[in-house]
Ligand binder design. Structure first.
Ligand SMILES: [Zn+2]
Length: 250
């Protein structure tokens, strides 16, 4: 018996590459993850699905969002054909549901606000597919606009409280209790121009809100939790005047 010629055709459909049972199991996982994300936020993104099916660790996703990882595919725990298969299943599911495609801007939560990269190849079509969020048509158009606006807004600056105090600023060779991750490595607050801000610890939600609204510049301070494997908010770096004003109005 020769099965060899069957697999030699140049036009062999891609789906033959995955065994049908594996394909069905993957389709089931992708659908469940997408349904869950849609139920909680009324839209689903490829990143939501990758996290939902367990291929993308939330901690790795956060590092990518902070611009510390070259491309998202580099931290996804699966190979490219499997990822592409999952994304195809996801888009077919979204289209069948009648969800609305909405291209979203992804920029790093870092001082340079660089565009985030998804694929190893950097192919514009693949990048666009990753950037596309699928939105529930049940959302009223007003709410949809607000959601799109929120997704496209530049994310907050993030400053890290390092777990290991032994680090060196890649620009000046100094150090400090807080750092900001840049493409070249960690940078001290003086070098990124945030050293004049005051730390406002998290806890007083109304003071935080007031002060944030009054401060022209601020950054979120986070620390990595080893047990929860994600960054957690510690408070804000904010202009001292805005904290004083916020206190007066409380
Ligand atoms: Zn420095």
């Amino acid at each position: 018996m020769t099965i060899f010629p069957r697999f030699c055709g140049a036009s062999m459909p891609i789906f033959l590459a995955m065994n049908p049972k594996n394909h069905a199991a993957l389709a089931d996982r992708v659908t469940k993850a997408a349904e869950a994300a849609l139920a909680t936020q009324s839209y689903v993104s490829p990143v939501d699905v990758l996290v939902g099916i367990g291929w993308l660790d939330p901690g790795a996703r956060d590092r990518w969002r902070q611009g510390q990882v070259d491309c998202l595919e580099g931290v996804v725990q699966s190979n490219l054909p499997r990822i592409s298969e999952a994304m195809k299943i996801f888009r077919a599911w979204a289209a069948a549901k009648g969800l609305l495609a909405s291209e979203t801007i992804y920029v790093a939560r870092a001082a340079q606000r660089q565009a985030l990269r998804f694929s190893r190849s950097g192919d514009p079509t693949i990048e666009r597919l990753y950037r596309t969020h699928w939105i529930s048509p049940a959302l009223l158009s007003k709410k949809r606009e607000r959601l799109a606006e929120k997704s496209n807004r530049a994310p907050e600056l993030v400053v890290i409280q390092p777990l290991d105090a032994d680090w060196t600023c890649h620009r000046c060779g100094g150090t400090g209790s807080l750092l900001m991750m840049e493409n070249g490595g960690p940078a001290c607050l003086r070098c990124v121009g945030l050293d004049d801000l005051d730390f406002l610890p998290a806890g007083d939600a109304s003071l935080t809100r007031q002060a944030k609204a009054k401060s022209t510049r601020y950054a979120v301070v986070v620390r990595f939790s080893r047990s929860r494997r994600r960054y957690e908010r510690q408070g804000l770096l904010i202009e001292r005047q805005s904290v004083d004003d916020g206190r007066r109005e409380e």
